[in-house]
Design a protein. Structure first.
Length: 210
């Protein structure tokens, strides 16, 4: 089964990709991870990506698509994969299609901006060990203090309200149109946000016919 998970920042794509990967026995392909691996391994396309990054430029879509193409050709992807982080635009979706990278289902995690704002606003991380918490969902034993190392918990800049609003604006403008793109191809599987992570996983498996 070849999947894409779509959704706003903070919708839970990473969490669900990890759970589905174990349940379905297929790897999650994170574009950030495979980009770093290609650079570390010194592959031709990895070196090309490094050239752009060293110059402080964005890696072009065609380079990203080539790295994905190499990754999905590996043995562990023969039964399928979950693509995380791409496509983020219609242009990237078209490039994937042209490269012969196809999907069985595109799961769209449907969640309101208000819920996203509340969810991300409650995130806290330990400034020392990086452990993650949430003031409501996963609170520390003592307020503002890491359970693991006892250091101070802080809110990341990415989770500041103005940053979250800006990220949501980019999502609605550039990424959300992908829902119509994949709906036209009969691949879109919307999943309404559920009260818990486990219930979201169950809802995704239902739309996948599992």
């Amino acid at each position: 089964m070849k999947l894409i998970l779509l959704g706003a920042p903070g919708a839970g794509k990473g969490t669900q990709a990890e759970i589905l990967s174990k349940m379905l026995g297929i790897p999650t392909i994170s574009t950030g991870n495979i980009l770093r691996a290609a650079i570390k391994d010194g592959t031709p396309v990895g070196l090309e990506a490094k050239h752009y990054m060293d110059a402080g430029k964005l890696v072009p879509d065609e380079v990203i698509i080539e790295i994905i193409h190499e990754r999905v050709a590996e043995e562990d992807c023969k039964d399928g994969y979950i693509l995380d982080g791409v496509p983020r635009t219609i242009a990237q979706a078209e490039s994937l299609e042209k490269a012969g990278i196809v999907f069985d289902h595109v799961v769209s995690l449907e969640i309101s901006d208000e819920v996203i704002m509340d969810r991300m606003g409650g995130r806290r991380v330990c400034e020392h060990c990086g452990a993650s918490y949430h003031v409501v969902a996963v609170p520390p034993k003592a307020e503002g203090v890491c359970d693991t190392c006892g250091c101070k918990l802080v809110r990341r800049k990415d989770d500041e309200p103005e940053t979250v609003r800006a990220r949501l604006e980019v999502y609605h403008k550039k990424t959300e149109p992908l829902k119509a793109y994949y709906a036209e191809r009969g691949l879109l599987r919307p999943v309404e946000n559920q009260p818990t992570v486990a219930e979201n996983s169950e809802a995704i498996l239902r739309v996948l016919g599992r």
